[in-house]
Design a protein around this ligand. Structure first.
Ligand code: TMP
Ligand code: ASP
Length: 245
């Protein structure tokens, strides 16, 4: 498989075409950004770690019948994926209040939600990825009613599956962000990545200090230190859990 042209560079990944028009190569970067790229840095080894974690999680989901863009991982920081038309939506699922939910509602950090909350954000850096209402989403033609219903159903299924998997890793899945895309047959597939960049993950084994529990990008966002160790810890636990299943 020969790598061809770079078609997209995002904050965490670069996408290249391949000699097969149905397949793209995603190159995971060590670069880290937060707050709509106002904060920039690098997390050593992040590209390899996030690609490995995402690959394992996509394989877990596929084994449970959830269709993803994942094909395989030819190198530690590279993933071959199906070429999709990505919907400009960031789909966030929350189990526990944290981050922008606390900032925008006043709910206390750590409040366990009675049921998972599925939210849609407009994936648009210039506008700062604003939270959408259902009506605004349709007004802007970002997805059809059927697609939104399907995405909501899939997001909840993925939440259940990932939540159970991370519990086996002794980690609580607080919240996470998903992206979806359409293939050439207009089939909806899970895309992007699932990693400590896109999830909030709290260590069950560190009960006392809430900051010690953080195993995700909040360590970078909030300058909590030990960012690389946290990402590495998640990977080790994911590998151990996959091997034990
Ligand atoms: P939030 O609380 O900042 O809205 O984030 C919710 C979840 O979405 C959290 O797990 C982090 C993830 N996320 C991304 O993956 N990309 C983003 O740009 C943002 C803002 C959040
Ligand atoms: N990825 C986002 C950015 O840099 C923000 C975040 O993950 O907090 O814009």
């Amino acid at each position: 498989m020969s790598v061809q042209t770079k078609i997209y560079e995002g904050k965490a990944k670069i996408l290249y075409t391949t000699d097969d028009p149905e397949i793209l190569l995603a190159d995971f970067k060590d670069d880290a950004t937060a707050f709509n790229a106002q904060k920039r840095g690098s997390i050593e080894g992040k590209g390899n770690i996030n690609c490995s974690i995402s690959s394992k999680l996509f394989q877990q989901l596929e084994a449970q019948g959830i269709k993803t863009h994942y094909i395989d991982s030819p190198a530690p920081n590279q993933m071959r994926v199906k070429a999709l038309k990505i919907l400009p939506l960031e789909v966030v699922v929350r189990n526990i209040a944290a981050g922008s939910l606390c900032q925008q509602t006043g709910l206390a950090l750590g409040t366990v939600l009675k049921q998972p909350l599925v939210e849609f954000y407009y994936k648009n850096d210039q506008l700062g990825d604003p939270l959408l209402t259902r009506d605004r989403l349709f007004l802007m033609g970002l997805a059809t009613v059927e697609q939104v219903d399907m995405i909501t159903h899939l997001a909840l299924q993925i939440n259940k599956s990932l939540g159970e998997f991370f519990q086996q890793c002794d980690i609580t899945l607080v919240d996470f962000k998903l992206e979806f895309g359409l293939d050439s047959q207009q089939q909806l597939l899970l895309a992007d990545e699932i990693s400590p960049d896109t999830c909030r993950l709290w260590d069950n084994a560190q009960g006392s200090d809430p900051n010690l529990r953080v195993l995700d990008k909040d360590r970078f966002r909030r300058d909590l230190g030990n960012v690389e160790n946290a990402y590495q810890e998640v990977l080790q636990r994911v590998i151990k859990t996959v091997e034990s299943n």
